[in-house]
Write a protein that binds this ligand. Structure first.
Ligand code: NDP
Length: 248
């Protein structure tokens, strides 16, 4: 029997990149996946692909900055399937920008999506997981949650925040409620993430930096998430740092 049969997993940011790959991998392991992001068409395409492979998926278009919408996502999941076993808190943006260029809308949208969005999803699933006395929250941070680079001050602030939040959650929720928490910290991955960068000065500099490494495929991160989620219930994989071999 597949490792995640009877599991219900919500994946935020499932419309592309790491979230899309993770939803596919979880479905292959037998999980029913609830696909959340803003681009409904992309989510429907993914649902069709998963179902063509024999899996089960539900599309719930969701903007993670909308607290009520994220609560409705969790409620819809419970209404349909009666439980929430896994949350992959993955939705995120990376509009890197030098502070002196004062692209302050980018600062605030980064915090809104990468930090408040993550909190909204935790708030939405936690009552169900506490009641179940079981569950697994996978928060996607970054190597930028361990190191700060010029242009990445605000992005790193959110990803350091996600790491701190994950460790605090693990300490409070594991021993008392049997809820596992994993923080995933990818290095460079080939996705649409850099499309959100609009700071022209930074774009030129980061193109030089990225030309020196070979970004990972999103599947490598999905595999790490599956590893954490399929570990025996007595083992919490607290952190996974996965980087391209040629990344400094
Ligand atoms: P993508 O841009 O491919 O995916 C980002 C996903 O987040 C999309 O599905 C997007 O969907 C979703 N998203 C963005 N804003 C919102 C929102 N307001 N509400 C709901 N969903 C939203 O990038 P990645 O797959 O690379 O990024 C996934 C995560 O991985 C992010 O947290 C990122 O910080 C992290 N990460 C990525 C790395 C990389 O090199 N790629 C490295 C380290 C960490 P939609 O636009 O349809 O809403």
């Amino acid at each position: 029997m597949p490792a995640l049969s009877d599991h219900v997993a919500i994946v935020t940011g499932a419309s592309s990149g790491i979230g899309e790959a993770t939803a596919k991998h979880l479905a292959t392991e037998g999980a029913t996946v609830v696909l959340a992001a803003r681009r409904e068409g992309r989510l429907n395409d993914l649902k069709n692909a998963i179902e063509a492979d024999g899996g089960t998926a539900l599309v719930v278009p969701t903007d993670v900055t909308d607290r009520d919408a994220v609560k409705a996502l969790a409620q819809r999941t419970v209404d349909e399937y009666g439980r929430i076993d896994v949350l992959v808190n993955n939705a995120g943006v990376m509009p890197l920008t030098y502070l002196h260029n004062m692209q302050t809308d980018d600062w605030y949208s980064t915090v809104d999506i990468n930090l408040y969005g993550v909190l909204h999803a935790i708030e939405a699933v936690l009552p169900t997981m506490i009641e179940q006395e079981r569950g697994h929250v996978v928060n996607v941070s970054s190597t930028a949650g361990r190191k700060v680079y010029p242009g990445g001050a605000v992005y790193s602030a959110t990803k350091y925040g996600v790491r701190a939040l994950s460790e605090g959650m693990r300490q409070e929720l594991g021993p008392r409620f049997g809820i596992r928490v994993t923080c995933i910290e990818p290095g460079a991955v080939a996705t649409e993430l850099t499309d959100t960068i609009s700071d022209e000065e930074l774009k030129k500099d980061s193109a030089k930096m990225f030309s020196k490494l070979t970004p990972l495929e999103a599947e490598r991160i999905a595999e790490s998430i599956v590893y954490a989620v399929t570990a025996p219930a007595s083992a919490t994989v607290a952190e996974i740092l996965v980087m391209p071999t040629d990344q400094m």
